[in-house]
Design a binder for this molecule. Structure first.
Ligand code: GLU
Length: 288
């Protein structure tokens, strides 16, 4: 079956080797089946996205020898689609406005938390409707999914299962994420909402992305059920790390693809080396 896959970077920095690894896998999964490889720029975060990083992404992918179907889709141009989904979920009584600041959420959490976003303690879930209305006229707010209600609203036939080509059959447990944000104070959609809607709208049959996003799929699977969208096949691949097993990230000094190119490295050869498991010195795959 021809596969439609995508690479969906956020233009908030230059790409590094981990991105190359992910893009190549998404590209090859489609190409090997005679399918389509799409590029989606996830620039919903207007404060952090920069046009020069978009240009850098196109250059880097071309340098690796990848080609993608035109046109490139930009999330910043798709706000109406996200707003319609918010309206639908709101109309079904599954969302509530949240006025909390990060500081307020941190202060009301009972226990200190580790990495990642803590589960929202629910401060705004039960505001009286008068107070809600009043604050909505004067304060900025996010829309949160009432997770318990959302799960309770599902029909028995909506079994929340997804298939991962590497992990097998997975039963989604979105409740571990609590009341997630679907529209932010400063953006028309959160990552969870935008990615779920776009993958369906673009006809993505296979979502190939890093294992760091495995847990997010619990939420995406629930949103598919709530919005009547198809569930793609997933492939959450192992992450490339540095020699100490640390995930590659700009903040821990991962070399950018731009720097590798400037150093005279041949991008197509690098891509073939990665495909054949020949990782540059100082890198390895998590779990190896
Ligand atoms: N935009 C996300 C990122 O850059 C990836 C989204 C996805 O592949 O689902 O981390």
């Amino acid at each position: 079956m021809p596969v439609t896959s995508r690479f969906a970077p956020s233009p908030t920095g230059r790409l590094h080797l981990g991105h190359a690894w992910s893009a190549i896998q998404a590209h090859d999964r489609a190409q090997g089946s005679g399918g389509r490889f799409l590029l989606r720029i996830e620039d919903i975060d207007g404060t952090r996205s920069r046009p020069e990083f978009v240009a850098g992404i196109l250059e880097d992918l071309a340098w690796l020898g990848l080609d993608w179907e035109q046109p490139v889709v930009f999330q910043s141009a798709r706000s109406d689609l996200y707003a319609a989904a918010i309206e639908r979920l709101r109309g079904a009584g599954l969302l509530y406005p949240c006025f909390c600041t990060r500081a307020e959420i941190a202060a009301s959490l009972a226990a200190p938390h580790g990495d990642g976003d803590p589960v929202y303690p629910g401060n705004c879930r039960h505001l009286a409707s008068g107070e809600r209305q009043r604050r909505m006229t004067g304060e900025r707010y996010a829309w949160r999914l009432d997770m318990a209600r959302a799960i309770a609203s599902l029909a028995a036939k909506d079994s929340l299962v997804w298939h991962d080509e590497l992990a097998g059959s997975v039963i989604a447990t979105p409740e571990i994420h609590g009341d997630v944000i679907l529209a932010r104070k400063d953006a028309p959609a959160s990552y969870h909402l935008a990615v779920t809607i776009d993958d369906a709208a673009q006809g993505v049959s296979h979502v190939v992305r890093g294992r760091d996003l495995f847990a997010a799929t619990h939420v995406h699977r629930l949103l598919q059920a709530l919005l009547g969208l198809p569930t793609p096949v997933y492939r959450h691949h192992a992450l490339l790390t540095d020699g100490e097993g640390e995930r590659l990230a700009k903040r821990n000094g991962a070399p950018t693809l731009a720097a590798m190119r400037a150093a005279g490295i041949d991008g197509r050869k690098l891509a073939d080396d990665l495909r054949n498991g020949r990782l540059p010195i100082g890198f390895r795959l998590a779990g190896d």
